[in-house]
Design a protein around this ligand. Sequence first.
Ligand SMILES: C[S@@+](CC[C@H](N)C(=O)[O-])C[C@H]1O[C@@H](n2cnc3c(N)ncnc32)[C@H](O)[C@@H]1O
Length: 253
Amino acid sequence: MDVPKTVAAALEDRPVAGKRCLEAGAGAGNATAGLLANGAARVYAVTNDRGHALTTRRRVGDGGGDDGDGNGGDDGTVDHRLAVLEADLRAVPLPDDSVDLITAHGLCNVLDPAALSAVAAELSRVAAPGAHLVVDDYDPLPDDAAIRELFAVENAASELARGRPALTFYPAAFLRRFFAGHGWEFERERTLLKPVPWTESHVSTHADEAATAAADCPGESGDALAATARRLAGEIGSESVGRMYGLAFRLPD
Ligand SMILES: C[S@@+](CC[C@H](N)C(=O)[O-])C[C@H]1O[C@@H](n2cnc3c(N)ncnc32)[C@H](O)[C@@H]1O
């Protein structure tokens, strides 16, 4: 299993071995891979996206590393420490006080403020006393970042189609205070990436997301937004800008 450097750096000083972990927002399976590689006893990887659930399962089965079955390698078998749950994080299908460590790696930026609030309440509910929380995300981009315009078009299409933004970049200082308000004691902040390399593949994925939302926009606004997203993606190509940060918290015992 390949563990990205950002995940390795975010988990390096956290007690993962032997712990019951919740990976909130499984996505590409990066943090799931990190938790398993660091010796988690159990990982509940939750996502509301069927494709991401499949990717996460496959990633752990096919990644070429130790799959945790005790024979020191990835032989394509399933890692029985992992449970991928297709569920909404606003109603996590786990009992109160049932996990020791939670990761939210790149999750908050896809949650609008209302969803962030509901998800934070659920994370606090399932965390056992003394549990750890890892929140890795992106600071808002500087005004002169070209990719800001593409994200603005993606958000405009998402607002028109679904009534909520696709992306919200919360400053590290905001999430520190926000999770403190949910009972989490702040432990440390570190920089995981600076600048953030937004590759051509990231840029074109965001143009695709904008086009998908644009297809559901009322009237003719969608066509214009989709065309603008494509043009911007072509102009931007790739861009290295902004910062990814890692925050760590702990619940009182
Ligand atoms: C950008 S990805 C996170 C990357 C991932 N943590 C990793 O390490 O590869 C965001 C994930 O959160 C999921 N997500 C967003 N809102 C959600 C919700 N309300 N309930 C469950 N999953 C959600 C998305 O479907 C996606 O799988």
